[in-house]
Design a protein around this ligand. Structure first.
Ligand code: SF4
Length: 257
């Protein structure tokens, strides 16, 4: 924290500089209490209606996201659903974008990175720059993911994500409803309290399409060069940016600044 210093009675005291709390224009805490006992579908029903055309679902086509797409297609299939094509996705993920759209009769909008920025980055740092340093990896994620996400968020008041608490150490503090100060949006995590078992039971019961890589040791799937299969007993996100420390393994989409 930034600090200011002042002298009193000959001693040097450190006093935290007062910083204004962000003004949150929505009753996030009240909603969390209200929806403590609600099921994911009930939570989605409320917020899709509450925010109308100002809410969108950001899907990475993972197992949790497929559960949410299924629920949304039953609640309101006209809801805006989008995904990010970084240019480095697995072919299986591209196939799933296509087959999910067909299965549910929905249009999943695909956002792409800025071509000029990708070209400049790759020319300057190499096509696989992300293996060289965390800084390079974050730059790549920023250009290929964060910037397109900002465009997708334009004009919204809220977004839905498929995060679960038990996915990783970086996610165990998430709540069902959060204020995303970085993007100044309400963030809804309807599956925050779900277990992995619940996700897969729901997928099987409802015959929801999913990425075949999940059956080949990939519980969490991102870009192809940055995702590997995990070994038995490993954390479910151990295959993401596996060469980095576990506390830096987020692409920035869900990081609170
Ligand atoms: S996951 Fe890897 S390839 Fe994908 S945007 Fe991030 S660094 Fe780039």
């Amino acid at each position: 924290m930034e600090q200011s210093t002042f002298l009193r009675k000959g001693l040097l005291y450190l006093q935290p500089k007062k910083t204004a709390m962000p003004e949150i224009p929505f009753p996030v805490d009240t909603w969390n209490r209200q929806f403590e006992q609600n099921d994911a579908s009930g939570i989605l029903t409320f917020f899709l209606q509450y925010f109308g055309g100002k809410i969108a679902f950001s899907s990475s086509m993972g197992a949790e996201d497929q559960v949410i797409t299924h629920m949304i297609s039953r609640i309101n299939p006209k809801t805006s659903i989008f995904t990010l094509d970084t240019g480095r996705l697995f072919p299986e993920t591209c196939d799933l974008i296509q087959s999910t759209g067909v299965r549910y009769g929905i249009n999943i909008k695909v956002y792409f990175p800025d071509t000029a920025k990708v070209e400049e980055m790759v020319t300057g740092k190499g096509i696989n720059l992300f293996y060289e340093s965390v800084e390079n990896r974050k730059l790549c994620c920023h250009i290929r993911k964060i910037e397109p996400l900002k465009r997708a968020f334009s004009g919204l008041s809220a977004w839905v994500s498929g995060l679960r608490k038990s996915q990783s150490v970086t996610r165990n503090g998430i709540q069902t409803v959060e204020w995303d100060e970085t993007n100044r949006l309400v963030k809804i995590n309807p599956l925050a309290s779900w277990t992995e078992e619940q996700v897969w039971n729901y997928i099987k019961e409802n015959k929801i399409p999913y990425n075949p890589l999940h059956s080949k040791g990939y519980p969490s799937i991102g870009c192809m060069p940055c995702t590997r299969a995990i070994f038995p007993g490993e954390d479910i996100r151990a295959g993401r940016w596996w060469w980095e420390n576990s506390d830096s393994r987020e692409c920035g989409l869900h990081v609170k600044e």
